[in-house]
Design a protein around this ligand. Structure first.
Ligand code: NAD
Length: 532
């Protein structure tokens, strides 16, 4: 059925060559491989999507819609492998994670080159994408401690203890914006706890995920423990419906996430779904001005605003508004170009449609009175005339509109996912808090201040799951969990950290009686046990 090719990833030199490859010199774009039962093969699908370099619009590769037979084979392989992998020792699984982290370090440049090529982000940011995922693998290597249960002698000769057992076949559905980090939130935690997985990378930048799963096999993960299928709606519905799949991890936008959560849970599956965001920064007048301005510019425009923990809204409180002109000046200085250019600050958006959507949200807001004080629309990048570029754009609260009216504008109500910063002005910290707490999302927020009291009040009263105090993108390291809240999550068991272990395991509580006297007595006790 499946024609196998080498599972060994390409060398760094090949990656560099791939990153430079131009359409003119390429005969036909390569086809992204699928992985089932350890076989790395070309799908027999007759539906293939183009993966486009966002800086040039060149076709980098083609990604299939996996066929029904291939998806069935992936689920079957994962179910078969679960029978043995779930019985592997935790030390075996730890060893795979230890070896995987070393291989990811070895191939970081290779992975980063492919991410820049397919997703558009700068090479430095692509390395960061790999590195933040690598940290989850390193954390998963602590599974012998993480998966420990509890034990208590509860009565005379009686012990209660818990065992964290894997669920079975799990599935992962990934977004485009972190092509390495988010697959690495999923399959290492799933397999280190003894599960198997069917992974569906984003169809817009699938190569990093395929590469990472190949590395996991190289590290000793058995064939079938992680299977990679490709596609869009059909693949997603397949994992929602397949009876062998017991749990789904999803990261992406609201529409897909709500669909997957509803359909997956209706089919009795455990689902964790991280959704969209609209994160606010609050700038108090006593902040460190220089550090705050740099933090805001980096978090609003870095990765072209395509981070779920970006800061697309800044609320300047009181006199802090005097910082706005300097913020605009610093944003103006950012270099917009292809991610592979060494001095690029802001790369292209993922697609022409994303660019057009962002530009029209800015235009619609402008028509309703918003002031565009920095306009990156129509920016020309000479060397990359076909790229989906939007320069840093700053939209300011209209003078004639109140704060409440401004929050009705599309630049505030929409998750733009682009380098567009909306600036609001508030009179007090309480007013800023009220605004943030009224927003439907709760992914992340940050306050900039030198007042411990104000920072503490903010952290305690803001209804958002991840809070930065003078930290612009407070994504927790993997010993904690990714704790976005309210509209930014469906399901209540978070990704990675102890929560990740909870998500991928079922707790079993065992109560055992080994009576000391049984060693000598032959008299039965017929009374209901009271555990005294
Ligand atoms: P997306 O929802 O378009 O795609 C995510 C996945 O869902 C892809 O694998 C895609 O194939 C699939 N999909 C898309 N539409 C679908 C549909 N209608 N039915 C079934 N499946 C569908 O998301 P994206 O554009 O790739 O990623 C950007 C979004 O992800 C943003 O909203 C961002 O905030 C969010 N995100 C959230 C977090 C978080 O942790 N909260 C992290 C990263 C990204």
């Amino acid at each position: 059925m499946l024609a196998a090719t080498s599972a060994r990833p390409a060398t760094a030199a090949l990656a560099a060559a791939l990153a430079r490859r131009s359409l003119a010199s390429a005969a036909a774009p390569p086809k992204v491989k699928s992985i089932i039962n350890g076989e790395v093969f070309e799908s027999s699908s007759n539906v293939w999507h183009k993966v486009v370099d966002p800086a040039t619009q060149e076709v980098v590769c083609l990604v299939p819609e996996s066929t029904k037979d291939e998806m069935e084979a992936a689920a079957k392989s994962a179910a078969e492998t679960f029978k043995t992998w779930s019985k592997s020792t935790v030390l075996t699984r730890q060893k795979v994670m230890l070896d995987l982290q070393a291989l990811i370090r070895r191939d970081t440049d290779l992975l980063a080159a492919s991410i820049t090529r397919e997703q558009g982000k700068t090479l430095a940011d692509a390395r960061g994408d790999v590195f933040r995922g690598l940290q989850v693998v390193e954390h998963a290597a602590a599974m012998p401690t993480l998966q420990m249960g509890e034990h208590l002698p509860v009565a005379t000769d009686m012990d209660t203890y818990t065992i964290r057992q894997p669920l079975g076949v799990t599935a992962g559905v990934c977004p485009f914006n972190f092509p390495a980090m988010i697959p690495l939130w999923m399959f290492p935690m799933a397999t280190a706890t003894g599960n198997t997985m069917v992974l569906k990378p984003s169809e817009r930048d699938p190569s990093a995920a395929v590469h990472l799963v190949q590395l996991a096999h190289e590290a000793g993960l058995p064939n079938g423990a992680v299977n990679v299928i490709h596609g869009t709606h059909d693949a997603v519905n397949f994992v929602c419906d397949h009876p062998a799949i017991k749990a789904i991890s999803f990261v992406g936008g609201d529409r897909a996430g709500k669909h997957i959560f509803a359909r997956g849970t209706a089919n009795g599956k455990r689902v964790q779904a991280n959704l969209g965001a609209k994160n606010h920064a609050v700038i108090l007048p006593d902040c460190n001005v220089n550090a705050t301005l740099n933090a805001l510019v980096g978090a609003a425009f870095g990765a072209a605003g395509q981070r779920c923990m970006a800061l697309p809204v800044a609320i300047f409180v009181g006199k802090a508004r005097e910082m706005i002109p300097e913020l605009v000046e610093r944003a103006k200085k950012l270099k917009v170009s292809a991610g592979c250019e060494p001095d690029t600050d802001v790369g292209p958006l993922i697609s022409a449609a994303a660019l057009q959507r962002a530009e029209s949200i800015v235009a619609d807001s402008e028509k309703l009175g918003a002031r565009v004080v920095l306009d990156g629309r129509g920016i020309k990048v000479e060397k990359y005339p076909n790229g989906h570029f939007l320069g840093p754009t700053i939209v300011v609260q209209p003078a004639a509109k109140s704060l409440a009216e401004t929050t009705q504008l599309p630049c505030y109500t929409e998750e733009i996912f682009a380098p567009v910063l909306t600036i609001l002005e508030a009179d007090t910290l309480d007013q800023a808090l009220e605004l943030i707490n009224a927003n439907k999302y709760g992914n992340g927020t940050a306050v900039f201040t030198n007042s411990g009291a104000a920072a503490r009040k903010f952290a305690m009263e803001v209804d958002v799951g991840q809070v930065g105090i003078n930290v612009p993108i407070p994504v927790p390291l993997p010993m904690f969990a990714f704790t976005g809240s309210r509209g930014s999550i469906q399901g209540d068991i978070n990704f990675y950290g102890k929560s990740g272990v909870n998500f991928y395991t079922q707790i079993k509580t065992v109560t055992a009686l080994w009576k000391a006297e049984d060693a000598v007595s032959s008299q039965a006790n017929v009374v209901m046990p009271t555990m005294k």
